[in-house]
Design a protein around this ligand. Sequence first.
Ligand SMILES: O=C(NNC1=NCCC1)c1ccc(Br)cc1
Length: 327
Amino acid sequence: GAGSVANTPEAGDVEYLAPVTIGGQTVNMDFDSGSSDLWVFNTQLSLNTLSGHMAYNPAQSSTFQLLPGSTFSISYGDGSGAAGNVGTDTVNIGGATVTGQAIELATDVSTSFVTDTQSTGLIGLAFSKLNTVKPVQQKTFFDNALATLPEPVFTADLRHNAAGTYEFGAIDSTKFSGPLAWTPVNTTSGFWQFTSQAFAVGGGAPSTSVPGGQAIADTGTTLMLADQSVVDGYYSQVQGAVNNATVGGVTFPCSATLPDLQIDVGGTMATVRGDDINFAPVDQTGTTCFGGLQATTVQPQIYGDIFFKSNFVAFNGGNNSLGVAPH
Ligand SMILES: O=C(NNC1=NCCC1)c1ccc(Br)cc1
């Protein structure tokens, strides 16, 4: 059946956590459409590493089974990472249930995960070809659930500083306005990748030549990382915007009025609200603010949580497409 869970933004909308029940143990996890491993903090880790975290205890689960000799090791785009061994267990997300799901048990996690005590791990929702388990690659929860879901979909409804929803197996049309605009996904990269080759600022004339012209939908990335041409075009319309090498990106006066960004998603222009592009102050006085739209010098572009806060997104694993609508 379908499953629906509330998600909650951590402070500053840095990431979005939602409850996952593994072998009867409910832990909060970061749902990541930009990767394909399900890994958890667990009782193998040192007490220092576990301090403040919830942990999955495989010994307390009657349905856990070790996968002897299996290991994982994953690195994320922000340089964080985790590694460890692997078993299987039953996973239930708001009622959507998979038995025999690969549960990757971290024995090593990078610092940013240790300090992020509200997160017990990540659940990858990109394509299984990116899964890092060896010697036998494992499937994602969504991949395993596909055949039993009423509809072969999951949806992300992320909000600024408020609870949203992750849903598996159904599209709740009360969560967005207007029709979903569907675009085909190119699964070659293993990401939810689509064509995005135009943008407009504040309803102005669209540019139609973004180099590379590809983007991925990534709930695991906090910001929206776009081609330099998009970033330059957008912030040229923001008084006082500067490339601030000290903080590592574009900043502007917190008092600035930010225009909306229209961005191409497979031929339909989606809107990212200007308010959502004002990400956070960088100073104690709240004078200078850091942009939620920043540049990436590599392809594809990465449309992270900043994009999702303005757009409800449906991920269709049945026909490999993405549906987008304002919310
Ligand atoms: O790692 C990625 N997304 N997920 C997460 N980031 C930080 C923790 C989880 C990522 C995905 C695709 C590309 Br292209 C670059 C980065």
